[in-house]
Design a protein around this ligand. Structure first.
Ligand SMILES: C[S@@+](CC[C@H](N)C(=O)[O-])C[C@H]1O[C@@H](n2cnc3c(N)ncnc32)[C@H](O)[C@@H]1O
Length: 144
């Protein structure tokens, strides 16, 4: 958790998940050296309250249903600045529509962002797994 490394962190989810976020914060507060707050952020909605763009956006397992792809991409575009580093971690799911959802997500993402896959050997030794991918994502530089 970034707040245990001294960062000022905002954790977000839908309204109905706020109590769980707050419980997680309370349970882990002895580890914190930075600050942390929970807030509602529904993908695709206004992000003004979260600006200026953060240094990092950490997204864990957020690519899994089709209706969310465009709102999620809008949020990433609205929230990130030229220096924001987005770390996206996700499990490659092979069942049903999941491979298609993943393909579409990365096709749309690459219109505005550059992607770099973090090699497996650089993942945490204990938690690494062949079907878990971690990407470093940055906004494409604007042509001048
Ligand atoms: C698969 S869970 C991953 C949760 C957590 N990041 C983790 O790795 O354990 C996906 C999360 O995305 C949230 N989510 C789904 N649709 C959303 C939306 N439209 N706006 C904001 N959050 C959403 C869900 O509430 C859920 O907490």
């Amino acid at each position: 958790m970034a707040a245990s490394l001294g960062a000022d962190v905002t954790v977000t989810d839908l309204e109905e998940l706020q109590d769980l976020l707050k419980l997680n914060i309370e349970t882990n507060k002895h580890l914190l050296t930075g600050s942390i707050q929970a807030k509602v952020l529904k993908w695709g909605e206004d992000v003004t309250a979260f600006l200026p763009p953060p240094d990092y956006i950490l997204m864990a397992d957020c690519i899994y249903y089709e209706e969310s792809l465009e709102p999620l991409l809008k949020t990433l575009k609205d929230l990130s600045g030229p220096d924001t580093c987005i770390i996206c971690c996700y499990e490659q799911r092979t069942m049903g529509k999941n491979p298609e959802i993943e393909r579409k997500y990365f096709e749309l993402l690459q219109m505005d962002f550059e992607l770099e896959e973090i090699p497996l050997e650089q993942h945490d030794e204990e938690y690494r797994s062949e079907d878990i991918l971690i990407l470093n994502i940055r906004r494409k530089k604007q042509e001048t």
